[in-house]
Structures are given as C-alpha cells and as structure tokens.
Design a protein around this ligand. Structure first.
Ligand code: UD1
Length: 419
C-alpha cells in the first residue's frame, strides 16, 4: 500500500496549474464510443487511474486508444457490442455512463453495477427510470443491468438533479430518435463540457447549465479535437491547502466562476481572493482562519460535496465552530475520525459535523478512505506539527495527477513511498 510521508508546518507558496477535470474527461471518454466517423483527440487530460480504467473499457469495445502527454486519441470506428465485466465496472462510479454510451451506439447495454468511492448508498434508479422513459426495456438483477432499444423522444423530470443521470440521458439520447427534454437536470460545469463535446462531434444539445436540457438525436457523430476544462475540485484542494498552511498561491488553468461557492467561503473564513481570467490567487488576510459558520453541500452552483472534506481540513484550526452539513451523500463524514487522530475536535451527528477549531494539529498515521477525503488528510497533515503518514493513497491517485510533485513545487515536504 503506497503512502505519503508529510512534514507539516510549511506554508505553501507559488503557482500551480490544475489538470483537466476528472469529472469531465470520464463522461467525455464514454461519449467517444458514440463517434463512428473519424478519430477523437482530447487534450488537457489528467494522468489518473480512473482515466486508465476508462480507456480499458473503451478497448474492450474495440476502440483504438493512445494516451501521452495529456493527449488521448480514441478511434471508435470499428467497435462492437460487449457486456462489460464486473472487475472493470466495479472500480469507479463513472463506469455507469457506459450504459448510456452503449445504448447510444448499439441500442443495447449490459454491465455490472458501478463501484466508486464509498460515500453511502449510491443507487442508479434515476438512471434506469430515465432509460425506461426513453422507451428502453431495462432488466436489473441487482448485480447486472441490461438495457435494450434505442432512445426515443420524451420529457423527463428528474426528482433530483443527479449528475450521472443527466449525463447518461445525454449519452443515450444524442444518437437516439426524437427529442428528449430533461427538466431539473444537473447544472455542473462538467455537464456543459459534455454538451460542448457532443456538439463539437455534430450533436444537437442545448441548455446545459440552465437546468433544462434539450437533446435532439442525430444519425452520426464525427471526430474532433477537444480541450477538457480545468478541474475545479483539484483547484479547491490547492486553495484550501494554501489557507490551511498560511501560504499564498495562484492556481492556474481553472475557470474562477466554477469555484464561486468555494472562493466565497474562503473570503468568509478570513482569506483574500483575487480572480483573473483563468487563475485564482489566495492568501490569509489576517492572523487566523475564521469559522464561516454553517456550510451545506448541494448540487451546483451550491457548495460542492467533493470539496466538503477538503474545506473541513482547512477549518480544523479555525477560530470558532463550523457546522458542516452534507446534503448530497448520506455517508460522507467518515474522514472526521481520521482528523481526530491528528488532534481535531469534531463531533458528528447524522449528516452534520460540528468542527470546533483547535489551535494545533499533530502529525499522525491516517488512512485515506476515499479520493477527496484522502486529499483532505494531506491538507491537514501539511498544516499539522510534525510528521504524518497518509496511507492508502491509491484512492488519491484515482483523481489527482502528480499530487505530491505539485505540492512539493509549492514548498511542501512530502515524500511518496511506493509499496
Ligand atoms: C458525480 C461525481 C461525483 C460528485 C457527484 C455530486 C462523477 C464521475 N462523479 O457523481 O464526484 O460527488 O456527482 O456532485 O462525475 N442518486 C440517486 N439515484 C440515482 C442517482 C443518484 O438517488 O439514480 C443520488 C445519490 O445517491 C446521491 C445524489 O443523488 O445521493 C447525487 O448523485 P449524483 O449527482 O448522481 O452523483 P454521481 O453522478 O454519482
């Protein structure tokens, strides 16, 4: 099991550039399966394990792929239908999106249920009921899901603006028959990126970002060169680490408007924030981090659940008590017990954590339970006194490219020990 050894207490200072967004590149790679005329080239792709897993699934369908220097080529001209085996699907949640992509390409799909981070129950009922609404027949044995039929025009109202469901509908319908209108669609920037990519291949989708998405099926999609947007959660990670360590950093390669909920919170916590076209600079304005009071995670443009543990790490030494309510997933506060090993004072009640700021954190041996809480433990370790060991960093590597190297370039003392 690989681990990071971190000597805390050094302020992070300097500039860092984020990679392309994990949550954009994964659905966009699934959408590559829909391209039957020519090759797709994607730039600004992060070298993370979830991308490698997704490429493996594309290869299973017969796609030719290559990945070098942040550039991915996918040729899906000679693909054929396959059932995706459990070992490939169980590694990540986004594998559920191959259902929509396979429906769009083959008018059928079959795979195990997806895996991904343990954040509580993660059903796919909204995905499947949307497929049924589009005229597909769906069988779900609880382990394997099978869908058959081509997507037909319809109106879908989502009782919750689920990111994956919205993406799956777009993937299934963009080469379907007729027009699908989705109301209460997810509005995340990654949804807009998927829309822009499909449209660049010749698709007809509009409305992403507004909550109502209209998808008109087209006969064919063609090859294209496309640049993935910057990762707003990776950016949030470095911003929080800078405030937690009393540093000053500029994060480049990100769209500041995608991070308004996070930067607003940093200002309310006593940070100073300067936004430019594609960069954000933060530093601590006063001597202390201040509690911003209450935070509640919710779908975009609300405070992102993926930044919840990262911001909790930033607030462990804040003056005052912060109430953090997890409004998206039902079991996403488990990292609290690892923070407590470092001297944090946290009580958890249901989906709410009460973080009472302490003066100091101390180095400890802690265990990354999932991707973002793993990154959050690294932030806490960077702001703690003494040495910490963050174990099980394979979770972190699912979503961060060269995390230790980027932090080192900002002055962190961090060593990666491979198993
Ligand atoms: C995506 C992101 C993940 C992020 C999440 C919320 C990817 C690869 N992952 O995950 O990083 O944390 O959005 O911003 O993009 N739900 C149902 N039934 C369904 C689908 C979802 O009840 O059929 C519930 C989930 O259990 C959860 C909530 O809806 O409580 C949000 O899930 P969703 O928006 O679908 O997130 P993901 O697409 O899984």
């Amino acid at each position: 099991m690989s681990e990071y050894i971190i000597s805390g207490g050094r302020p992070l200072v300097g500039q860092v550039t984020v990679d392309g967004a994990k949550n954009s590149v994964l659905p966009i790679l699934c959408a590559c399966l829909l391209c039957d005329d020519g090759q797709v080239t994607l730039t600004n792709c992060p070298h993370i394990t979830d991308v490698q897993y997704t490429l493996e699934i594309l290869k299973l369908f017969g796609c030719e792929t290559s990945f070098e220097d942040g550039q991915i080529h996918v040729d899906a001209q000679n693909v054929s239908f396959r059932e995706i085996p459990c070992d490939l699907v169980s590694r990540m949640r986004s594998a559920a999106l191959f259902l929509g992509a396979a429906i769009g390409r083959f008018c059928m799909a079959a795979q195990c249920r997806p895996g991904g981070c343990e954040l509580g129950s993660r059903p796919i009922d909204l995905h499947l009921s949307s497929f049924v609404k589009m005229g597909l027949s769906v069988s779900d044995t609880g382990n394997v899901v099978e869908c058959s039929g081509c997507a037909h025009g319809t109106d879908i109202f989502l009782r919750y603006p689920s990111v994956g469901t919205t993406e799956n509908i777009m993937l299934a319908a963009c080469r379907g028959r007729g027009i699908v209108t989705v109301t209460n669609a997810a509005r995340e920037p990654e949804i807009e990126d998927l829309q822009n990519f499909i449209n660049a291949m010749g698709g007809k989708i509009c409305g992403a970002g507004s909550g109502i998405i209209i998808i008109e099926g087209v006969e064919k999609l063609h090859g294209v060169n496309y640049n993935i947007i910057g990762d707003r959660i990776e950016a949030a990670t470095y911003l929080a680490a800078a405030i937690a360590t009393d540093g000053e950093i500029t994060v480049k390669g990100v769209c500041p408007s995608h991070l308004m909920a996070v930067t607003d919170l940093i200002v309310n916590s006593g940070g100073s924030v300067c936004r430019k076209n594609d960069s954000i600079t933060v530093s601590r304005a006063g001597q202390f981090i201040l509690s911003p009071g209450r935070i509640e995670t919710s779908p975009y443009p609300g405070f992102p659940t993926d930044a919840q543990s990262i911001i909790m790490a930033m607030l462990l030494r804040a003056a005052g008590t912060t109430q953090i309510h997890e409004g998206v997933f039902d079991d996403r506060l488990r990292v609290s017990s690892e923070f407590i090993k470092m001297g944090a004072d946290i009580t958890v009640s249901g989906r709410t954590a009460y973080v009472h700021g302490t003066e100091r954190l101390y180095g400890a041996r802690v265990f990354a339970g999932d991707l973002r809480s793993g990154a959050a433990l690294v932030i806490a370790a960077l702001s703690a006194q003494g040495e910490s060991v963050v174990k099980n960093i394979s979770h972190i590597e699912r979503g961060y490219n060269g995390f230790d190297k980027k932090l080192k370039s900002l002055g962190a003392e961090i060593i990666k020990l491979k198993d």
